[in-house]
Design a binder for this molecule. Structure first.
Ligand code: DON
Length: 594
């Protein structure tokens, strides 16, 4: 039994989590007395992708009250229910550079500056759909639950604790009520807001909720459309400019992601179209942001290359083609026994041809897809020939994948003719064909199915002949030994049976000899010379010390005279072999096209 596959992404999170656990600076918030009971050591990090995959490290299941992290979600619900223009009449979208609880409203309108500061959030909660206070309460809690993909509960103690001590928010609400911005009774608005802040979530929930915003309002776990693309995008935009209050500018420069923090120690950050991040640890810095969570998100952003202002790699479908070694083969011409073995054992070889630019999003999909299908796999060929730009994180993840596969005895071969990626745990080759051939050879050798030597009687071309005919033919053949790199002279050797070693067929392109295919023991070269005598544009070269039995043109002429029946039988078996080869090539082409 293999140990369960640990994703390199998970390992990265674990490593980050372990390092940041040493950070013990900052203070747990106590101005809401109940919050002071939090364990300062709690620390969770979670990443949710848009297809609902979760990567987590640490205390990602510990429930805590969401506090200000609820603000972008409730704002998105208000946008969904009222539309941007209507909401803008009561809440602006301008950053303040002030603390979250600043008592400051737009001088001309009395509007709060934005929905991320307390004043704006208190108004925004009252703008969600519903005719009565209870309907709006229901809408807020159900809405937050839809973002999380599960039913959230409210921590009544924290809610009561905040209500008992929340005079600053109360003061803000009265000011806004006085200015005609807050139209419902002050205590109703505060009750709604305190309840939303006291909703219990986990770090995992935060990642899923944020991935819902990043995915245009669709929850990646439930598939539910929680808010429109516009509402989600507008919420993310205000998070980008105002989400971390008087740290918003520096945060955006450093992490480059729309984010929102809360006084219980939660922090979210989103990469639109790719992922949602959630982090939680109760100790806060002077600006009310979690020390560890900020550090975790900033580092993850840097490691994964997530900064939205930097050029990113286009994402899109990443698998151009996937093949299995039992139905698709390299172009090496192999003898019957090896072909049969490959048809039987080739499932252990998987070929993935990738396309498009590789960034975190699609590299993650590659790592996951390949790692989820490793049962009975021993060789993986990853063809990057059609891939475009490869982001550093993609190369890092491919190396992580190759290292993991190696641990479970799986060899990774990467086709990268331009040597763009550095993946020390993989074998790098120039063509998919060379990669497949290498894996097939290893597979056959490991299964004891390789045929390094194939005697004359077992040669593919002669299998159909009566044994006495093979013995008769022997008298016309001479043995030739070729050294590595030695070229075969075609017109001397009409037909050349490979007994051991291997030959390659090269074509000359300009000045360069390009290897087209190779042939192994048991197969023959020059078969067509017995049928026609056309000139061939290729040349045959020994790839290693090779022994052949050769029928020269002179011996062939002798054979025709001495034994026309044997010459005929030989021609027939060549015709059959050529026909069979054509049928196989057709079937393989068919498999490639469809
Ligand atoms: O209104 C308050 O003070 C809290 N319910 C929420 C404040 C908060 O989370 C600010 N975030 N950094």
């Amino acid at each position: 039994m293999n140990a369960p596959f640990v994703s390199p992404i998970k390992e990265l999170l674990d490593d980050l989590h372990a390092r940041l656990t040493d950070r013990r600076d900052g203070e747990v918030a106590t101005y809401i007395p109940e919050l002071g009971k939090a364990d300062p050591e709690w620390f969770g990090i979670a990443v949710a992708t848009l297809d609902g995959t979760l990567y987590e490290a640490g205390d990602t299941q510990v429930p805590f009250t969401i506090q200000s992290v609820s603000k972008p979600f409730v704002y998105a619900l208000a946008l969904q229910d009222r539309g941007l223009e209507d909401v803008l009449k009561s809440v602006g979208v301008e950053p303040t550079g002030d603390a979250f609880n600043a008592v400051r409203l737009e001088p001309s309108t009395g509007r709060p500056y934005n929905p991320m500061v307390n004043s704006g959030a208190i108004v925004a909660s009252t703008l969600v759909g519903g005719d009565t206070h209870d309907e709006r309460r229901d809408r807020v809690l159900r809405g937050l639950s839809a973002f999380a993909g599960r039913d959230l509960e409210v921590d009544a103690k924290v809610m009561t604790s905040e209500s008992a001590t929340g005079d600053r928010n109360r003061a803000l609400a009265y000011l806004m009520h006085g200015a005609g911005i807050l139209t419902c009774p002050v205590e109703e608005a505060l009750a709604l807001y305190f309840e939303q802040c006291a909703a219990l979530v986990t770090t995992r929930d935060l990642a899923v909720m944020t991935a819902t915003l990043a995915g245009g309002g669709v929850n990646p776990l439930t598939g539910e459309t929680v808010v429109s693309v516009e509402a989600a995008a507008n919420a993310l935009t205000v998070m980008a400019t105002c989400g971390t209050y008087d740290y918003a500018g520096e945060w955006l420069v450093r992490a480059g992601l729309p984010a929102k923090s809360g006084v219980s120690g939660g922090l979210i950050a989103a990469l639109p179209s790719q992922l949602g991040l959630g982090a939680f640890s109760p100790r806060l810095d002077a600006r009310g942001n979690s020390v560890r969570a900020v550090a975790a998100c900033e580092e993850l952003s840097a490691r994964f290359g997530l900064h939205v202002m930097r050029p990113t790699e286009r994402s899109g479908p990443v698998f151009h083609r996937t093949l299995r070694g039992d139905t698709a083969h390299s172009s090496r011409v192999r003898a019957h026994d090896e072909r049969t073995a490959l048809a039987r054992l080739g499932g252990a070889l998987r070929v993935y041809a990738l396309r498009g630019d590789l960034a975190f999003g699609n590299a993650e999909a590659v790592v996951r897809t390949i790692s989820e299908d490793t049962d009975s796999v021993r060789w993986v060929v990853l063809d990057l020939k059609r891939a475009g730009r490869v982001a550093p994180v993609a190369a890092t993840l491919l190396e992580g994948l190759a290292a993991k596969l190696k641990e479970r005895g799986i060899t990774t071969v990467i086709v990268d003719p331009e040597k763009r990626v550095r993946v020390p745990s993989a074998i790098i080759v120039d063509t998919r064909d060379a990669g497949m051939e290498l894996c097939e050879d290893a597979l056959l050798a490991e299964a004891g199915a390789a045929r390094p030597t194939v005697p004359l009687a077992e040669q593919d071309l002669l299998r159909g002949l009566d044994p006495f005919m093979v013995t008769a033919l022997e008298a016309y053949l001479e043995t030739r030994e070729y050294e590595t790199g030695e070229r075969l002279i075609q017109d001397v050797a009409a037909l050349c049976f490979i007994i051991s070693g291997g030959l390659a067929r090269q074509v000359i392109i300009g000045e360069r000899a390009v290897r087209e295919t190779s042939m192994g023991p048991g197969t023959a070269v020059g078969r067509l010379a017995l049928i026609d005598d056309a000139e061939h544009a290729h040349r045959i070269v020994a790839e290693c010390p090779t022994t052949c039995r050769v029928l020269t043109t002179q011996s062939l002429a002798r054979l025709e005279r001495d034994s026309p029946r044997l010459a005929d039988a030989l021609r027939w078996s060549i015709a059959n072999a050529v026909a069979e080869r054509l049928r196989r090539t057709d079937a393989e082409n068919h498999a490639l096209i469809h």
